[in-house]
Ligand binder design. Structure first.
Ligand SMILES: NC(=O)C1=CN([C@@H]2O[C@H](COP(=O)(O)OP(=O)(O)OC[C@H]3O[C@@H](n4cnc5c(N)ncnc54)[C@H](O)[C@@H]3O)[C@@H](O)[C@H]2O)C=CC1
Ligand SMILES: O=C(O)[C@H]1O[C@H](OP(=O)(O)OP(=O)(O)OC[C@H]2O[C@@H](n3ccc(=O)[nH]c3=O)[C@H](O)[C@@H]2O)[C@H](O)[C@@H](O)[C@@H]1O
Length: 432
């Protein structure tokens, strides 16, 4: 099939390269000329394991990129993988979706055949029907359901394992109104479904939109619940990881997303929980559990710093921060827990020296106002430090050992259950 994908960021590039790999002919449309040039040169514009190989293999053949929306006319279906950031109050900002839909509509105005537009971005219930479709209608002069059709296909991939997750999902969700839309989506995903154990969920547009928020909201709340329980554990000198391992044996609970600690960051859980809370409020419902999930998450960094305060005054002291990315395996620093930790340390007068295996540069670019010293290794960060705080669960931190001997005082606060307890360090776990 001929598929176009508008937006070539984490999701758009991954989906494009994977669909090309599954045998489709794919065109990426992006406003960023550097991204377009990178793809056409056979290079991935983003860092995801396996993605560079796929782009290199298919670019110039069944994968290409352009800034010209007219290219969508040569395709049967267009996925919109555009950003859906937050407004200041947490509500979803649909400006990119509206702009992309308008450009797409202008291009479709001159297409005679039917076209399917699929919203891939995470959008609150009603957005596809009430915002995206009308924007296309206005720009194309066509009517949704006649000249073009709309569908919604949420994405569940994780950063760091995006290619693997896209190609081997547990479910694919098709939200639509007409049987023809399910059929077209079925054709796009047929090679993927054939090669994986994915369940196909055919549902309505709003249900598909909500399934994405329910999925992320549930996982975010699960982490916050184990953090809440973990905080109780800490008060009673109980190891929350032993408790989690035991409750995980109940398959109604399951073992995933039970790692307590500093909580969730990243480009999605914080944005999506706030967006669905704001949308619910707007509709007249205050969702207390999701609100509490956010509150618990916001409190975890301060709880860790409170444990530090009980043991040391770090004013004027060097403190090592281990990890800057929001989770291991990525250089993404959006909403990373490193920010409240570093800010809290600096409020206490500490001189922060930070180390991350891959995210130092992106952290420095993303947070120009945060001034810290960057170290080239964990050992360098630890040298002479009064205390160390583990923020990200990078595997290499689990292997640290004699490096702690170079600290001024070997006080180690672990926010991720990643540092090995050893003789010679004063080890403090956040929930264990
Ligand atoms: N990053 C992730 O792991 C996941 C993200 N999502 C959702 O997918 C959506 C996209 O997210 P990302 O790929 O992370 O965003 P991103 O920010 O990495 O990429 C968006 C791309 O859209 C381009 N763009 C902006 N305006 C445009 C326009 N008018 N026309 C054409 N291109 C335009 C940008 O240049 C950029 O390359 C969001 O709704 C997000 O919540 C869903 C699942 C996973
Ligand atoms: O909508 C999205 O963009 C994506 O959001 C998350 O993916 P991602 O943000 O890449 O990362 P996760 O692996 O889910 O981790 C999110 C955060 O939760 C934290 N976490 C995760 C698991 C856990 O047990 N404990 C915990 O604190 C991680 O450290 C990280 O900060 C979801 O897992 C994806 O399914 C979804 O598609």
């Amino acid at each position: 099939m001929h598929v176009s994908i508008v937006g070539s960021g984490y999701v758009g590039t991954t989906v494009a390269a994977c669909l090309a790999d599954l045998g489709h002919d794919v065109t990426n449309v992006d406003v960023d000329e550097d991204i377009v040039a990178a793809i056409n040169d056979g290079e991935s514009p983003i860092h995801e394991p396996g993605l560079a190989d796929l782009v290199a293999e298919h670019a110039g053949d069944t994968l290409r990129a352009t800034t010209d929306y007219d290219a969508v006319r040569e395709t049967d279906v267009t996925f919109l993988a555009l950003p859906t950031p937050s407004e200041a109050d947490g509500a979803i900002d649909l400006a990119y979706m509206e702009a992309g839909a308008a450009s797409l509509g202008e291009a479709l105005a001159e297409k005679d055949d039917d076209h399917l537009v699929v919203v891939k971005s995470t959008v609150v219930p009603g957005s596809t029907e009430e915002v995206v479709a009308p924007a296309i209608e206005e720009a194309s002069g066509k009517t949704a359901g006649e000249g073009f059709h709309v569908a919604m296909n949420p994405e569940f991939l994780r950063m760091g394992t995006a290619v693997e997750d896209f190609l081997d999902p547990q479910k694919v969700v098709f939200g639509a109104r007409e049987p023809a839309a399910y059929d077209t989506l079925g054709d796009v995903f047929a090679p993927l479904v054939a090669e994986s154990d994915a369940a196909v969920v055919e549902t309505g547009l709003r249900e598909a939109e909500m399934i994405k928020y329910a999925n992320n909201g549930f996982l975010a709340a699960k982490v916050s619940l184990i953090n809440d329980i973990g905080n109780i554990c800490k008060e009673f000198d109980v190891d929350a990881y032993e408790v989690a391992d035991a409750i995980a044996l109940d398959d109604r609970i399951g073992g995933k997303f039970l790692r307590s600690g500093l909580g969730w960051g990243g480009s999605c859980f914080p944005k999506d929980t706030n967006a669905i809370i704001a949308a619910a409020r707007d509709a007249g419902y205050e969702p207390p559990v999701l609100e509490a999930a956010v509150e618990v998450n916001d409190l975890q960094p301060e709880r860790l710093l409170g444990l530090l305060d009980e043991r040391a005054d770090v004013a004027g002291e060097r403190v090592a921060v281990l990890g800057l990315s929001f989770k291991p395996g990525t250089d993404d620093v959006r909403k990373t827990r490193a920010v409240p930790v570093i800010e809290g340390l600096q409020e206490r007068g500490a001189e922060v020296v930070a180390y991350d295996p891959v995210a130092t540069e992106s952290f420095d670019e993303h947070y120009p106002d945060i001034e810290v010293e960057y170290a080239d290794s964990a050992a360098e960060a630890l040298e002479g430090a009064r205390a160390a705080v583990a923020v990200t669960d990078w595997d290499e931190f689990a292997a640290l050992d004699s490096e702690f001997d170079a600290m001024a005082t070997p006080l180690v606060l672990d926010g991720r259950h990643i540092i090995e307890r050893r003789d010679g360090i004063e080890y403090v776990g956040l929930t264990w």
